[in-house]
Design a protein around this ligand. Structure first.
Ligand SMILES: *Cc1c(COP(=O)(O)O)cnc(C)c1O
Ligand code: SF4
Length: 473
């Protein structure tokens, strides 16, 4: 493409210092054959590695698979730690070769990708007393299995229970993936009969304009199933916006390049939606700038060229992206490849992964530094999905926050005017006084009562998922 040149125009004297190389770090995308670091992939060609079938076939699903793929790359003691970690984990293991190859195996304990997908026993913390398996109360807000109707005009549809990877921190560990020694899952098999019941419900609810197709993961649905869901939803006149959610671009970007049927199907649905004046978009889930390589850029370029809007929802995770510079790099790198940063979630109160949670204070501070570093429309909103079904709240919008007990108090009038929703910071990150009070169960309802009273909300009832032992008499 021929574009005009401005080489002949004198450059005005700048008022700012020249930028440092590190300020442009977000544009350095790995275009090497990085997978060759993994012993089992040493002879894998770019064509093979870029094939999504290779990625699916060679995903690691157990500690033994990890050993077979990594051979002597990871220390024996680390692999033993993983084996023990898996015995306690609420999520099954599944890691794509793409992600496996991007982990720094010289330092796996501190790697942001290892931290997301591979549990180790040695860093495990006891669960917070306020934790429950379905902390978001999704099953209670479901008129039919796999459909969550909590807000007025938007719903969450869960068509299936498998993903291209399994994240340790998954909010839906009550349903997603195969059963583990710790958790027997609710069954959300991709059954068309169940889907049809969800569509019939949606057709009967004129207020619903917005459908999130999450999961599970749209990547794992064959193209004809993606088309079925998309067309059934587009056929309901009052539905105006459809988001397909997929972790895929973050963990297996090559599928966009190599699974032509799948990509074409998504593009077709976007085009059909556009003809009906309805928005069909892809929502994805990058958490670390290390997940974004030149392969990702090429995949996102294809979607951009073909008119597919992509937005990103991250989770703030300790040791993954709870560092100001890393979060700024993530936001800029996403913007650079035309993925719009939409949300950064406070880590949900999920069982078995307290070591991955941060304090509300950390979210607040990181948000403060991120806002202003790039375009406002590429600046994510930092939210807490209020435990107990309060829905997403701006992390700054608490009525009260006690950094010693770690309790933050939120209201969510659009969901329920008469309730308060509480988030509890991880205990190990509290000051000593707070940690001591959590050691004494008699102090638990007292801390909740204090937080409600400081908020001036003692007349409201805490959300149903707050365990009885914590509710003030
Ligand atoms: C997140 C979510 C939605 C979509 O919410 P947005 O803020 O519009 O992204 C819809 N329903 C449920 C139950 C959700 O958790
Ligand atoms: S991709 Fe999403 S739904 Fe699947 S395991 Fe990860 S967080 Fe859970």
């Amino acid at each position: 493409m021929k574009l005009p040149s401005i080489d002949h125009i004198p450059v005005p004297e700048p008022l700012k210092e020249p930028v440092e190389r590190s300020d442009l770090e977000h544009r350095d995308l790995d275009d090497s054959e990085f997978w060759k670091r993994i012993p089992a992939f040493r002879h894998v060609t770019p064509d093979e590695f870029l094939d999504h079938r290779f990625q699916n076939r060679n995903s690691a699903k157990s500690p033994q698979d990890l050993k077979d793929l990594l051979r002597d790359l990871a220390p024996e003691s680390f692999l033993e730690d993983v084996e023990e970690g898996m015995r306690l984990a609420p999520m099954a293991m599944r890691i794509s070769p793409y992600i496996l190859s991007l982990i720094d195996w010289a330092n796996p304990y501190h790697d942001p990708l290892r931290t997301q997908f591979i549990p180790v026993a040695s860093t495990r913390l006891p669960d917070h007393p306020a934790l429950t398996l379905d902390s978001l109360h999704e099953q209670a807000d479901s008129p039919t299995p796999g459909l969550v109707h909590r807000y007025h005009d938007k719903v969450l549809f869960l068509p299936l229970d498998v993903c291209p990877v399994y994240c340790r921190f998954c909010t839906r560990s009550y349903a997603i993936g195969t059963d583990t020694e710790e958790v027997e899952k609710v069954d959300y098999k991709p059954a068309v009969e169940r889907w049809d019941r969800a569509f019939a419900y949606l057709a009967s609810r004129p207020e619903v304009e917005d459908v999130v197709v999450s999961g599970g993961d749209t990547y794992m649905l064959p193209p004809q199933r993606v088309r079925y869901i998309g067309e059934m939803l587009l056929a309901i006149p009052h539905i105006r916006r459809i988001r397909f959610a997929s972790k895929g671009p973050a963990v297996m970007p090559m599928k966009i390049l190599s699974d032509r049927d799948w990509t074409d199907t998504l593009v077709e649905l976007v085009a059909k939606g556009r003809a009906l004046h309805k928005e069909v978009v892809l929502h994805t889930h990058f958490n670390s700038p290390n997940e974004i390589t030149d392969i990702t850029r090429r995949a996102m370029d294809v979607l951009f060229e073909r008119g597919v809007k992509v937005r990103n929802q991250s989770v703030l995770i300790r040791g993954v992206n709870d560092d100001i510079d890393d979060m700024i790099t993530l936001v800029r790198r996403l913007s650079f490849i035309n993925v719009q940063p939409y949300y950064v979630y406070q880590h949900d109160m999920v069982m078995g992964v307290d070591e991955l949670r941060t304090r509300v204070a950390d979210s607040v501070e990181i948000e403060r530094h991120v806002r202003g570093t790039t375009a406002g429309f590429n600046t994510p909103t930092f939210v807490v999905d209020a435990p107990g079904g309060g829905g997403k709240r701006d992390v700054h919008s608490y009525d009260h926050y006690d950094e010693t007990s770690g309790i933050s108090v939120y209201r969510s009038p659009s969901v329920d005017e008469n309730r308060v929703y509480l988030y509890f910071d991880p205990i190990d990150r509290l000051p000593e006084e707070g940690r001591e009070r959590w050691e004494d169960p008699e102090q638990h309802p007292a801390m909740v009562a204090e937080a409600l009273s400081e908020a001036g909300l003692e007349d409201l009832e805490p959300a149903a998922t707050v365990p009885d032992a914590l509710v003030p008499a």
